[in-house]
Design a protein around this ligand. Structure first.
Ligand code: NAI
Ligand code: MG
Length: 477
């Protein structure tokens, strides 16, 4: 079967490129689609198209920009089935998760349409004849480098506020999962935004990504991905002297005290590491558990993991495949390391053949008795692997919680208000949840990391601030 090539989308038009990239269906290991690998020439076209569109877009009244963003939301929901199926096929995420992700992407456009309508500067007098006005000015052309784990959601959370505040955009989707970004660009155009408001330049990180982040025509970079590439992006931003927002993942703990409600905690903790096969920036990949309830909680989790339905993403299992054979092998390697650093409680094996075919499946896994010095405690595995460490008392819980270079999300489970408040104060983390983990997408909640989890905040009304600079005007009359 031959696959049509999905070209770049620049200035409202499809742009062919000679170099191609295969997109693989991780549930089957088979070719799903073919897209292109943009280089400096296509990147330059895209940045020019965005810059031309931005000159007019920034002058469009805020109410009108908001109206057009709401149109995008309506069109995403109109094409909900198609987008969700594409997202499911290219990422291997269970269909119902892909449907939720699609809905959340629509919500980002609604949310920022509303938020930008009350996003005012200030005005004050500095003396009887001196009026000061501050206004929010767009950066210009914003670059968006997107990973493969939540292609639509992560794109929505930076694209919607960027467009709302008057920027125009160039998007470099992940080479593994570029299809929904290309489809979204068509919807943005259909919604009535100008040609060039959203350009998509698919391709590899080292080619398309590097060319985009080196282009002097961009004024801001949003990046979500690995710490390693985050550093490269930060250097590129420094060379251009432009701001960047970096969301670089985590090693986020669920911290469970002896007085916690385990009926509530156990299923949430399981979901926090199994969602998208643990390939989530905010995955709850560490479990810190007070020693007296360790056996009880680990037993409950083992039972939940044993009942997890694993399968092809379109069949909507609880757990789908990992994104690639590379990622699968990386995860299996960590399981091996962890098995010698502590004990393998369950899972840890690759699944293939039969209904798993050539897909990239790994069993849900628990590694127990892992000390804070261990590699599997410190490093982001990005797979369905939960690492368990017992602790004694609140001081040690805080010490262990803060003992990695990451600091993105933490969950605290306790019925003691004093313990809860102390943990909220002392755990270093971009977000802290008490008796919860995550908040169904969390569109309203500012999100981003401390330490090597990155810098800058996305989501929530705060998310608008990253896409503007303040201009102060002073008029004396
Ligand atoms: P990555 O950081 O290489 O890829 C993320 C995005 O950056 C992709 O669009 C990629 O094409 C682009 N990119 C790569 N090199 C680039 C460069 N030199 N210049 C500009 N753009 C570049 O992550 P990868 O290789 O997909 O996964 C490796 C590990 O990174 C994972 O195992 C996981 O630990 C972490 N990761 C974290 C994510 C998160 O949500 N925070 C998402 C994806 C990966
Ligand atoms: Mg990479």
């Amino acid at each position: 079967m031959s696959h049509p090539v999905h070209p770049a989308f620049i200035g409202g038009k499809r742009v062919e490129v000679d170099r191609t990239v295969d997109v693989i269906n991780p549930s089957s290991g088979e070719l799903l689609a073919v897209t292109v690998d943009c280089g400096p020439y296509e990147i330059d076209l895209a940045v020019q198209a965005a810059a031309a569109a931005q000159r007019a877009w920034k002058k469009v009244a805020v109410a009108e920009r908001a109206r057009l963003l709401r149109n995008v939301s309506v069109l995403i929901l109109r094409d909900w089935d198609e987008l969700a199926e594409l997202e499911c096929l290219q990422t291997g995420k269970p269909l119902s998760q892909a449907r939720r992700d699609t809905e959340l992407t629509a919500r980002y456009f609604d949310f920022y349409a509303s938020a930008v309508e009350t996003f005012y500067g200030t005005a004050f007098t500095l003396g009887e004849r001196t009026q000061v006005v501050t206004t929010f000015e767009p950066h210009g052309v914003t670059a968006h480098i997107i990973p493969w784990n939540y292609p639509l959601q992560i794109l929505g959370r930076s694209l919607a506020p960027a467009l709302a505040t008057g920027n125009c955009t160039v998007v470099k989707p992940a080479e593994e999962a570029p299809l929904t970004a290309l489809k979204l660009a068509e919807l943005v155009l259909e919604a009535g935004l100008p040609e060039g408001a959203m350009n998509v330049v698919p391709g590899m990180g080292e080619t398309a990504g590097a060319a985009l982040t080196a282009h002097p025509g961009i004024s801001h970079i949003s990046f979500t991905g690995s710490v390693e590439v985050g550093r490269i992006i930060a250097h590129a931003a420094a060379d251009l002297l432009i701001p960047a927002t970096l969301e670089l993942g985590g090693k986020s703990p669920n911290i469970v005290f002896a007085d916690a409600d385990l009926d509530m905690a156990a299923p949430t903790i399981a979901n926090a590491i199994l969602q998208m096969g643990g390939q989530t920036c905010s995955a709850g990949s560490r479990l810190l558990v007070e020693r007296s309830i360790h056996d009880d909680l680990v037993g409950r989790l083992q039972e939940i993991f044993a009942g997890v339905e694993i399968g092809s993403a379109l069949e909507d299992p609880t757990l789908g495949p990992l994104i690639s054979s590379n990622q699968r092998d990386r995860v299996l390697n960590y399981v091996e390391i962890g098995s010698s650093e502590g004990q393998l409680v369950c899972g840890g094996k690759r699944l293939s053949g039969g209904k798993f075919g050539q897909g990239y499946f790994v069993e849900p896994t628990i590694l127990d008795g892992i000390s804070p010095e261990s590699r599997v405690f410190q490093e982001e595995i990005f797979g369905p692997v939960l690492v368990v460490t017992p602790f004694d008392g609140v001081d040690e819980a805080i010490e262990f919680a803060n003992a990695t270079n990451y600091a993105l999300v933490a969950g605290v489970w306790t019925t003691n208000i004093n313990t809860a408040q102390r943990m909220v104060r002392e755990v270093i983390s971009g977000q802290v949840f008490v008796n919860a983990y995550g908040a169904s997408g969390g569109v309203e909640l500012p999100f981003g990391g401390f330490k090597e989890s990155g810098y800058g905040r996305e989501k929530g009304a705060e998310g608008l601030r990253g896409f503007v600079q303040i201009k102060t005007s002073v008029v004396v009359s």
